[in-house]
Design a protein around this ligand. Sequence first.
Ligand code: SF4
Length: 538
Amino acid sequence: MTAHNRVDHSADNADELTSAQNDVRVLGKSRPRSENMAANKIECNACPVLCQITEGRSGACDRYANVQGVLTRVDPLVLLTRISDPSSTEHKGTQPQQQPQLQHRELSDGSADRQEANVTSASAELFVTGVGAGTTYPDYKPAPFMVSSKLNGVDMVTVVTEGIFSYCSFKVKIDTDRYLGPERASIRHRGEEVGHVTTAEYGSQMLSLGGVHHLTGGSKKEGRVTCEMMMALGNKQAVELDIDGGAKLIVQAGRAPIVDGVEEKRMRVGCGSATIGIFAKQWFGHVDEVVVVDDHITGVLSEHQAGRCLDMPLSGIKMRGRKSTPGRYFQVANPGQGWGGTDIANPLEIIEGFDPEHARPGMRLLMTSTTGEHSAWFVLDEQLQPVPAAMPSAVQKVVDRIVENCEPSLASVLFLAGAGGSLRAGVTDNPVWLTNSIKQAITHVSCGGAPAYVWAGGGITVMVDVLRMPDNAFGSVPTPAIVAPIEFTMRLDDYARLGGHLACVRPLDEVVSAERERSVHWAIRQSDWPLHQKPMLG
Ligand code: SF4
């Protein structure tokens, strides 16, 4: 670690610190690395940067400060509070434009805050999260909090920390039919490469953002911009992204994605072929042909198995693109922002003509996109040319039903991180025992109280929906790396068997009364409460 890494940024926020001094949580002093350090400075030992912080100021990450000569975690410790009547506020899943299940209530007055906590603590409805808990460095030190509590008469312990993650990323699902860019294309934020386009899934495009190679494997600027983008995304803020050879996006967890300045409304009910299959019966008798335009598979009703099952005669339509199986066509156009994720604005461009052996004047043709966002009605004239006409109400009704079946478009943001050996050492003297206990469903892992999916295989690789985490749960340090909360909950006797740091275990009420906190009201079913969770294993 070089000297220039030890940064004192406190001049920028000294005023805020003064007002925050009543809120800070006091940590310990430690012997400074440099004996020549000024007397009014202390060394922060919560991460490898080892900032030397002047009294009244904070370190490079703004998470720690020197308050009257004592190293102090500035942000409050976040407790989850279970509401008293889950049945009245039971969450029903994330809805577009809604707040996530977690409802935060930050109390402006410190005493009121404490009073609230004491009331809820008495009913044992609190869970200590890693948000604001702080980190311990170097790795042999126990995690900042080991909190004991009782669950149905059983002694439990939750080990709580803010992990510093270099190996982490965000997997983002963009619900859209539109073409966002080629698979593997680079994604940029403020000009720096911060991720790439991965696979397209059913009605959605997946992105991978962040990751160790962008954080630490490129230029200093790339790492800093990546880290800032990741922190904003994790904290449920909107971030702007540019895809090389593709679209400009604004992405925010739980909100509709904005593609090239246009807010997405709906995700498709299925590909063109699936849409034909779903609605064939409802169209039957009202149409002679339906084409569902789709960048992936364009469906043609009379040729499709669904049309054959209904004994529909062939219309003689000749499609552009590559025929896959009957009534299913690939590559009818290029990807783009037009009909069904193609680049076409005029749907007739994908029709080469009609075979007079099957076609006849007066034939009725519906063309629609997979979302029903685009639709048009045509009738063949004497030359077998499709002529636009007013869509009959019976047909319009089915198009409207396609729209109705297309769910609202959202951006979903999952945090993916590997809890490394060092973080594990803060939990137990023999880290592999922690890993094994998670695999054996003895230990439950959560991130800010949100249930974490634990990947199969080695290590502790977790994935969590940021919408289920408290607001502003993510921080960063200048190495650069992301700081994220993580909690390990198990029975106290199991913790002893794992070689846990038992001497550091403190009762929940003691933590609550000693720490300044804000309460977080989590409107969930009883079974979602972190202490009740079974580990979510891959
Ligand atoms: S970056 Fe933050 S955590 Fe790391 S040493 Fe500086 S103040 Fe402490």
